[in-house]
Design a protein around this ligand. Structure first.
Ligand code: SF4
Length: 356
């Protein structure tokens, strides 16, 4: 894996994005931001799932007027996502928002950019601005010059927005370059990494529903993170955003960039397996969800190869005929009937991580 790209740090409420700070996980509410109760409930669900930054769409004044309430009641920093209307950005800053997502080139000229940037800097902790370039909404002249929404066109768009902020001496910037094409997204970030040191918010946009979207996000974000690119991430999935958080955590954990608890590995099974391993693996995943230590738990289909193949696991089970062999670091420690496997694993986990 490449060393992480050296980036500037920006403060988002109590969190820092960039530098050597942990790669944070964000998501976005899908509720109508004008609906106070539904939106606050979703912010809480996301936060409980481990989401570290929550973004809200702010389409109009009514939504903007609710931001102060959300900021006051949220235990995670909030980002206001605003398109075109600089008034909404000013209201969001006054409401105590921790970050803005707005493209300065779209808010109607240098005076307005200056106004928003000045107000964002006035706060004790300056409010960072994320420039969010999206391949689907690039400027017309860039599309014409580059022959379409190419990675180069996306980078040029980002640089234009960056220059507008730098011209008013605003440097608390985060940049994202999202496309639904995985290769185009990767290439765009690679190109921009050579031209600035602002932290990157990474994501694959319009990735799809849970299964396909998770795969496309894992491939795209995994490739970027492997190259050291990415300071905060959002997995975009059609559906409940709480799922985005789990997928983001698994991507970071798979690359060993962060640890969110135990890792469960399970074998694909083969003709030697004599127990219902899929059901067992799901149950072990549920059990492991409550473990906060970076343990490795193996769920293997047979006693012949299981304990040996999963030698490095802290704890494991290998299936026999109607029974399970519980093992630690490849050594079998007990044999239990199939219906007692979960209870036995639970008991062993409590010994390994007392009180977790
Ligand atoms: S652990 Fe056993 S059941 Fe699972 S794949 Fe290996 S040989 Fe097959």
């Amino acid at each position: 894996m490449q060393p992480r790209r050296k980036t500037k740090s920006v403060q988002v409420g109590p969190l820092v994005i960039g530098g050597n700070h942990p790669i944070s996980i964000q998501s976005m509410t899908t509720s109508d931001t004008r609906d106070k109760a539904a939106t606050l409930e979703q912010i809480r669900q996301l936060s409980a799932a481990g989401c570290e930054i929550v973004r809200l769409a702010v389409p109009d004044g009514e939504a903007a007027d609710n931001l102060a309430y959300f900021c006051k009641n949220s235990n995670v920093p909030l980002v206001a996502d605003i398109h075109f209307d600089y008034h909404l950005a000013l209201t969001a800053i006054e409401a105590g928002i921790s970050k803005l997502r707005i493209n300065p080139g779209n808010i109607g000229g240098p005076d307005r950019v200056n106004l928003v940037a000045r107000k964002a800097k006035e706060r004790q902790i300056p409010i960072p601005i994320r420039i969010g370039v999206n391949a689907g909404s690039l400027e017309k002249d860039l599309l014409a010059n580059f022959g379409g929404p190419t990675p180069e066109a996306m980078v040029e768009s980002a640089l234009r927005h960056i220059r507008l902020l730098e011209a008013v001496e605003f440097f608390d910037i985060v940049v994202s370059l999202k496309a639904s094409s995985v290769p185009a997204t990767i290439e765009a970030y690679q190109l921009l990494a050579q031209q600035c040191d602002y932290p990157f918010h990474i994501g694959i946009t319009e990735a799809g529903t849970w299964f396909k979207g998770s795969i496309r996000s894992a491939v795209g974000l995994g490739a970027l993170l492997w190259e050291g690119l990415g300071d905060t991430l959002r997995v975009s999935l059609t559906g409940d955003p709480v799922r985005e958080v789990a997928v983001g955590q698994d991507i970071l954990q798979a690359l060993q960039l962060r640890s969110f608890g135990a890792t469960v590995v399970s074998c694909p099974t083969c003709g030697r397996c004599q127990i219902n391993l899929e059901s067992l693996a799901f149950q072990v995943e549920q059990l492991a969800a409550a473990v906060h230590q970076p343990l490795k738990i193996a769920v293997m289909g047979c006693a012949v190869n299981g304990p040996g193949e999963a030698r490095e696991a802290d704890l494991g089970v290998a299936g026999g005929k109607g029974e399970g062999l519980i093992f630690r670091k490849g050594e079998i420690i007990k044999k239990v009937p199939e219906d007692q496997i979960i209870a036995a694993l639970k008991e062993e986990l409590e010994k390994l991580v007392p009180g977790d």
